[in-house]
Design a protein around this ligand. Structure first.
Ligand code: 4AD
Ligand code: MG
Length: 428
């Protein structure tokens, strides 16, 4: 008997064949003469029927509990009534691991389900989200590599802040005080002097107290950095990346989107060039609804959502006030109050990436550090990059989970990552 994946059956490749499937009991309904089982494996779910007349199979099926693991043999038949359109008429059932009463049932609260994450990851929803996530990572790499970028591996233990002290996680490293990295940017900047075009997909950590649908304390960060480039090159690269990833997902994740009930058409519609507006224009637009907003204010989540509603698709906001940007941002020589910084935004989520041109002049950089109360001596190695063959360079960071939350129309960013970390959540 051929061992098959459930997907092969659902694709119509096993009609009238005797097959063997291996998986877990997803649903069970017991009648007088017939037991309905829905079996799941990594690839999908299939309805199976066990007749009382097949005595040995019936006896096994009666014992089965939700999430028990098993091997089931039977004949595949197309059946319009069955979810997915196919059914297996079971001939033999063999239990591998009989499950205790499964704690997750329909009436459980979201909180409870999050505490049971280790079991909830078996759900169809999480199975599908994780598959799309894996593909998005693959297509991201694909794009960077096609453009000649080298994937690198930066450290997570670091000795000085990247994105400001308020979201920095400190930790004891033997008898030293260290931090968890907020971004790999500064390390990518080191590596461009060797490899030029580099990228990484790595965790970043933020001691982020805000509980929104777009904040985690640990997230995966897609970051790129490269020399001899301008703001225009940067925006072109970022929109190219988005277009590529959206196109590949639209081509290859149709089944996942359909089952999740997510709108895949918006991905196929993502085409470069993206609209670009300056921060000053953004303020003008927002002032109509929120007169209290002024040039110099940081855009909050609510502001970004309002802006994004107008566009209904990804777009850029650039030229932010220097005062609300990190120390490494380059500023205009004739307008030091404006930084060469750009955010990509999408509907419902707002910001999904920040990037910009980096200050390549040592003296300017030291001034910017001092203005932000940072000690240049904590950044000696970073300053060395400006001492030894400095070059103009750009880079950006995009939050993988924010990207997925937008793509998959997820209600909360916590569902975009298998093991979400928030202020209150670190189990399992
Ligand atoms: O805007 P951020 O803080 O920029 C940087 O870290 C730069 N150093 C990146 C670079 O230029 N290499 O973070 C970049 C992106 C945000 O746009 C957002 O998508 C994501 O990281 N992000 C978060 N995602 C989930 N939870 C959080 N708490 C996040 N904080 C930032
Ligand atoms: Mg940002």
């Amino acid at each position: 008997m051929a061992l098959v994946k459930i997907r092969e059956i659902l694709d119509g490749n096993c009609n009238d064949k005797s097959v063997s499937v291996r998986g877990w009991v997803y649903r069970k309904r017991e009648g007088k003469e017939l037991i309905f089982l829905v079996i799941r494996d990594s690839t999908g779910v299939i309805q199976c029927t066990v007749k009382k007349a097949s005595e040995a199979a019936w006896a096994e099926a009666q014992k089965l509990t939700i999430e028990s693991s098993l091997v089931l043999d039977g004949l595949v038949k197309p059946d319009k009534r069955a979810p997915g359109g196919f059914e297996i008429a079971a001939e033999a059932v063999s239990i591998i691991g009989l499950a205790d009463v499964f704690p997750i049932a329909k009436d459980k609260s979201e909180e409870f389900i999050r505490d049971m994450r280790h079991l909830w990851l078996r759900s169809r929803k999480m199975n599908l989200v994780m598959k799309v996530r894996g593909n998005v990572m693959e297509y991201t790499r694909e794009y960077f590599k096609k453009q000649g970028y080298t994937e690198v591996s930066p450290p997570m233990f670091i000795s000085a802040a990247v994105e400001g002290g308020s979201t920095l996680f400190g930790l004891k490293y033997f008898d030293q005080d260290l931090y968890l990295t907020q971004s790999s940017q500064l390390y990518l900047e080191i590596l461009i002097y060797s490899l030029e075009q580099v990228f990484c997909i790595a965790p970043s950590f933020r001691a982020e107290k805000s509980r929104t649908i777009r904040h985690l304390t640990e997230y995966w960060h897609i970051e790129g950095e490269w020399p001899f480039a301008t703001m225009d090159d940067l925006m072109k690269f970022e929109e190219g990346l988005m277009e590529h990833v959206c196109k590949r997902v639209a081509e290859n994740c149709q089944k996942e989107f359909a089952e999740l009930g997510a709108d895949i058409n918006k991905l196929a519609a993502v085409k470069a060039p993206f609209p670009r507006i300056t921060y000053a224009e953004a303020i003008d637009r927002l002032k109509v609804k929120n007169p209290a907003l002024n040039w110099g204010d940081d855009l909050g989540y609510e502001d970004e959502k309002v802006l994004a509603e107008d566009f209904g698709k990804p777009f850029f906001v650039y030229d932010y006030p220097t005062a609300i940007k990190a120390f490494y941002c380059k500023t205009y020589s004739d307008r030091p109050e404006v930084a060469l910084s750009v955010d990509m935004m999408v509907p419902r989520i707002g910001e999904i990436s920040t990037g910009g041109q980096r200050e390549e002049d040592k003296e300017m950089l030291i001034k910017r550090m001092q203005a932000q109360g940072l000690k240049p001596e904590d950044y000696e190695w970073y300053l060395d990059l400006r001492r030894y063959g400095t070059v103009p360079h750009v880079g950006f960071g995009m939050g993988l989970e924010r990207l997925l939350t937008w793509m998959l129309d997820l209600e909360n960013i916590m569902d975009a990552i298998p093991f979400p970390r928030t202020t209150r959540r670190f189990y399992p």
